[in-house]
Design a protein around this ligand. Structure first.
Ligand SMILES: [Zn+2]
Length: 103
């Protein structure tokens, strides 16, 4: 039997992982929040994880967002200047997130 046929029957085992731009730790993609620089150049939260554009990932806790926004890591990662309106929206989103020191 060709090896390719055997391999295709196996379930996918690798969990997609991404690096949080806030704390730099690697997590399962589904546990991270995707931020996308949309085709219009605006930066926003992408709850679906499927929006078109360049994406960056952050843990779902406030310290990571604070770090990413204050230290401009998000801007650097997305290679874009975040507009004041987008920044406010991101901060608003971050305020809804739990604070988990050390997470
Ligand atoms: Zn993080």
């Amino acid at each position: 039997m060709p090896k390719a046929a055997v391999r295709s029957r196996l379930p996918p085992r690798r969990v997609p992982q991404r690096t949080c731009v806030g704390c730099g730790s690697v997590n399962a993609k589904r546990q991270l929040v995707r931020i996308v620089r949309g085709l219009d150049g605006e930066v926003r939260v992408d709850p679906t994880g499927k929006a078109a554009g360049r994406g960056a990932y952050l843990c779902a806790n406030r310290p990571c967002w604070d770090a990413a926004l204050k230290k401009k890591r998000l801007e650097r990662s997305l290679n874009v200047a975040i507009s004041p309106a987008s920044l406010e929206a991101l901060k608003g989103y971050a305020e809804e997130l739990p604070v988990e020191p050390g997470a």
